[in-house]
Design a protein. Structure first.
Length: 543
């Protein structure tokens, strides 16, 4: 995020796209609702489903899944055509504008509307509402990134923010919402295949030398590692022999899970480190019992780069240990002693090798409560808003982005779009929430949201058990008839091992980020004898 969660209440207009915010990020959802109801902010929601935020929206655009680039280019076409762009910001702080303009000029509202399945006038209204606001913020999540065009989608949003001068000031900016607590912190600490902590590139010799010196080794590998999806393929092809999975349950969260299960079973060694015996842990050769957030010391870095302390509230049960202890003990037995890995010592090392965290210490966090990185020195106040005055790289780059369709779209055999997401009452892969009696009582089983008109054509009643099938697998699930989804779109949450929707999703990847297209797949709905004949995927009967 270029701005902060608090900052959303200062916006005059907010565009929410690819985010069911009140369900997946409820605290941020509250801030958006307050911005509208308490501070007069205009809200635009671009989302195929009718989500809770639509009740607060001044404009809801219901684009087809996977058509975000066309929608955003159409909005920017209007902004240019009607002279609503921030010319001063463009000329002083950006480059690449003319190449970008040539592409966007091809996306008239009528052309964009035809691709997106919306009204051209709604595109014009959204463009005017966003561009005419003095402070306009963009909020997005996995509904933007989990596509084969995920990078293109994000580049388009960056174009929109720069085109209207909404970077580097309060109540504005690009505000991606992270999927889990401390995902931002994990990325900051090098939890990506091509960088070391602080996004310092593995292929930079000076970076490798710096970290080798800090860690007391002669050298570090110069070749970037693999992404999650590349690990799956590497396991299948026999290039990867062992996999260490920590705090992740890919058998629920990754796409095409039949394919994934084949890959995991082909490994010589699968180690899973987690709180509970998850669907992935059940396949493991070794399970290492980890401590929960409440059973260890450390820091969390949340979605807006806010670094905060987390303190041990209770002791870990049984043989459970802190992740850092487990990792350090394995390392010691393999011949490398990490020394003292207590949380405060780890924080000291982070500050010594990670420029953005250079001024962050436990002492400051105890005194000040939290700090936003970048915070490069002990006397630096932290940086709530990025790119004030100038971009980190100097000038922002406009990116000319053409619309490309999803990797898989409905056809005669598979006539429905499938899209996935979360519900408020369960969390991610259900590792914790599926074990909470109250939550299970409120949301005990999965459902497939189907438009009543589609259900009538198929002879499906509300609550009826149906089979949803894609080219990769099938699951059995209860139909939920609702106008929240448009015709020819089915929505299924991914929390449930009994009906794991990621048995259906497509593992096609964005060519740059290698993120799978979890948000668009083609499916069909089966009932009666036809449904009974299909083999369905079931990973677990209960959480």
């Amino acid at each position: 995020m270029t701005n902060t969660v608090d900052d959303l209440e200062k916006a005059q207009c907010i565009l929410v796209i690819g985010s069911n915010t009140t369900e997946a990020h409820p605290i941020v959802g509250i801030r958006i609702k307050k911005a509208v109801t308490k501070h007069g902010c205009k809200l635009i929601v671009a989302e195929p489903r009718r989500i809770r935020l639509c009740d607060y929206a001044h404009l809801w655009i219901r684009q087809l899944p996977g058509t975000d680039v066309a929608l955003l280019n159409g909005m920017m076409n209007v902004i240019l055509a009607e002279g609503l762009a921030d010319e001063e910001f463009i000329s002083q702080r950006t480059e690449g504008f003319e190449e970008f303009r040539k592409v966007v000029e091809q996306y008239t509202p009528e052309r964009a509307a035809e691709i997106c399945g919306v009204d051209a006038e709604d595109i014009r209204q959204a463009a005017r509402m966003f561009a005419q606001a003095e402070r306009a913020a963009i909020v997005y999540a996995m509904g933007i990134t989990q596509h084969v065009t995920g990078v293109d989608n994000v580049l388009c949003l960056a174009n929109l923010a720069m085109l209207t001068g909404n970077i580097g000031k309060e109540g504005a900016g690009m505000n991606p919402l992270r999927g889990q607590n401390n995902v931002q912190g994990a990325c900051d600490m090098g939890g990506l295949p091509n960088v070391l902590p602080g996004y310092q590139r593995v292929d930079d010799p000076s970076v490798r030398e710096k970290f080798a010196r800090a860690w007391g080794v002669e050298s570090l590998p110069e070749k970037p590692g693999l992404t999650v999806m590349e690990m799956t393929e590497g396991s299948l092809e026999g290039e990867i022999k062992a996999l260490y999975v920590m705090g992740e349950n890919p058998m629920i969260s990754d796409p095409d899970i039949r394919h994934l299960r084949e890959a995991l079973k082909k490994l010589d060694l699968l180690v899973v480190q987690d709180l509970f015996l998850t669907e992935t842990a059940r396949l493991a050769d070794v399970v290492l019992p980890a401590a929960s957030f409440a059973e260890k010391e450390g820091t969390f870095t949340n979605t807006d780069r806010r670094v905060q302390r987390v303190r041990k509230a209770v002791e870990p049960p049984g043989e459970a240990k802190e992740d850092s202890w487990i990792i350090a003990e394995i390392s010691r037995r393999l011949g490398y002693d990490m020394g003292d890995v207590s949380a405060d010592k780890v924080m000291e090392e982070i500050a010594s090798v990670t420029p953005q965290y250079g001024g962050i210490s436990y002492e400051r966090l105890e005194k000040e409560g939290y700090l936003h990185w970048p915070c490069p020195s002990p006397d630096h106040p932290g940086t709530p808003i990025l790119h004030v005055g100038k971009f980190t790289r100097g000038k922002g780059i406009f990116s000319p982005v053409e619309y490309k369709p999803p990797a898989e779209v409905p056809d005669e055999e598979y006539p429905f779009y499938l899209t996935t997401g979360r519900i408020l009452l369960q969390y991610h892969t259900g590792t914790m929430t599926r074990r909470v009696e109250g939550l299970e009582a409120l949301a005990p089983e999965n459902t497939a949201s189907i438009n009543p008109a589609d259900a009538a054509e198929l002879g499906i009643q509300d609550g009826q058990e149906v089979v949803v099938q894609s080219r990769r697998g099938a699951i059995r699930v209860r139909a939920r008839l609702t106008e929240e989804v448009p015709r020819r779109v089915i929505y299924i949450p991914f929390h449930y091992g009994e009906s794991p929707v990621n048995a259906l999703t497509n593992a096609a990847l964005d060519p740059v980020a290698k993120i799978p297209e979890l948000k668009v797949a083609a499916v069909k709905v089966l009932t009666g004898e036809e449904a009974q004949r299909v083999e369905v995927v079931v990973l677990s009967r209960t959480g």
